[in-house]
Design a binder for this molecule. Structure first.
Ligand code: F6P
Length: 450
């Protein structure tokens, strides 16, 4: 299987420090390569892989303020799609922009949705819901308006995290330092419990940090360790008494949480987003609702066996498991595609193909229409199952909606157009002595296929 892996270019793949999306792309790429999958990684020029690397710019834009981000993002995405024919799957980790190229290529596009920066990006995801495939990174992150081919929880390189049975006396906050990650609550939890707090992470908003965090750093009870590298991160995680994650938004996944487990460190987190999926309260940490409950939970942290946390990381969050889950998703997509035929107006699926008759579902996208056509060897019966549209049949022109049926006799000139906002899907039963696509005489076509 040949996979094009499209990484973001904010950071290198793998990132030197911060860059969770790039970290997952790298781990997945290298794990797939070990399993014999032929992966080409599209990432910044300073990225590294045991596979093939393709890049259009040498550095990540977060490290190069001279770079015109829009220009290089466009060039980066175009490279993948211009080479689409070379791949069986395009795996997009670049958020929504690449989706807008997806109808222009035949190669299936699967997108791992790492996060919705806001609901305002949903229209793009909704538009390409039908012709692409989405993977959610936790069940809680699934958006009810989209369809998903799988949920694949992230994995980590568990072996590279040192297990430590005997922690020190500090709690750790390891995250981006902004209001959404709950740094102020972490400080309060430390003050009320009397536990030392070590803070580490990337500062996206210096004003916020100076105003809300810096005044509490005294170098003793509360310390800031900086935007640390992966070696120091592992040391801090494995020596921590507990990881504190008082997150203030519905976080889709928490890499730091499963990294803590790998070190044997239990986690106390607020009950938001994927937290209850990742943390089994009472087994690998505690799910709490506020500062008071977090302070209380700290009293019971010793009841959590650190060995159990490590076992959970090994069983549920290995890179190997993540790669297997993605291979299953790729196979599901390729199997699906075998029975599906893409057309410029949408696609059809063959449900049964027997001598003398064929049954298909045909989906026409909003605003699109099939060619004006006729058949010489088959008649057709259509039953609309969703959406609405207009049918032209010889001299007639009439509206249809779900529940309606249409009969198209042999040689009748016909077409259907989707006039609604949703997909128009109908089941077609074709009957005749020859029911292949070759028996279509196109008289007019919006896409120039006459
Ligand atoms: O020529 P187009 O627009 O691709 O339409 C082809 C489709 O139209 C139909 O012939 C419907 O009459 C389908 O059986 C076929 O898949």
């Amino acid at each position: 299987m040949r996979v094009a892996m499209l990484s973001p270019i904010a950071w290198s793949t793998p990132p030197k420090k911060y860059g969770p999306w790039e970290y997952i792309v790298s781990l997945l790429t290298e794990s797939l390569l070990k399993k014999g999958i032929d992966v080409t990684l599209f990432a910044t020029g300073d990225s590294s892989t045991a596979g093939k690397l393709h890049s259009v710019y040498p550095r990540p834009y977060e490290e190069d303020k001279e770079m015109n981000v829009k220009v290089y993002e466009s060039l980066h995405i175009a490279e993948v799609f211009e080479r689409a024919d070379e791949f069986d799957i395009i795996h997009n980790h670049f958020d929504f922009l690449p989706l807008t190229y997806s109808r222009l290529v035949d190669t299936p596009v699967v997108t791992t949705i790492h996060g919705f920066s806001s609901r305002s990006i949903l229209p793009v995801y909704k538009k390409y819901n039908e012709n692409t495939f989405y993977v959610s990174i936790s069940d809680s992150h699934r958006c009810p308006e989209l369809d998903y081919v799988a949920t694949v929880l992230h994995g980590i390189d568990v072996e590279s995290f040192p297990f430590n049975e005997k922690p020190q006396d500090y709690i750790l906050f390891l995250s981006r330092l902004d209001r959404f990650k709950g740094i102020k609550d972490a400080i309060e939890i430390s003050k009320r419990s009397g536990m030392k707090l070590r803070i580490a992470g990337f500062i996206p908003d210096m004003d916020y940090f100076e105003k809300e965090v810096r005044p509490h750093i005294d170098g003793e009870q509360i310390t800031y360790e900086g935007h640390i590298d992966s070696g120091f991160k592992k040391e801090l995680l494995s020596n921590a008494y507990a990881l504190i994650h008082p997150v203030k938004f519905d976080e889709p996944f928490g890499l730091g949480i499963v990294e803590a487990f790998a070190c044997g460190t239990p986690v106390i987190a607020y009950n938001r987003g994927s937290m209850p999926e990742l943390i089994q309260s009472g087994e690998t940490g505690f799910i709490v609702n506020d500062i008071d409950e977090a302070v209380d939970a700290l009293k019971y942290i010793d009841s959590i066996p650190r060995r159990k946390c490590r076992e959970v990381a090994e069983k549920q969050y290995s890179a190997d498991r993540m790669a297997d889950d993605y291979i299953n998703a790729y196979e599901t997509i390729l199997d699906k595609r075998k029975t599906e035929d893409k057309r410029p107006w949408g696609y059809y699926k063959i449900l049964s193909d027997d001598p003398g008759f064929k049954v298909k579902t045909i989906t026409v996208m909003p605003g699109e229409k099939i060619s004006l056509q006729r058949h010489f060897h088959r008649s057709e019966h259509w039953f609309v199952v969703e959406g609405e549209g207009v049918v032209d049949e010889d001299k007639q022109h009439f509206k249809v909606k779900d529940g309606d049926s249409v009969d198209i006799p042999t040689t009748a000139v016909h077409r259907i157009m989707n006039t609604g906002d949703e997909n128009l899907t109908f089941v077609e039963i074709a009957k005749g002595d020859f029911i292949e696509e070759e028996d279509i005489e196109r008289l007019e076509d919006k896409y120039g296929r006459v």
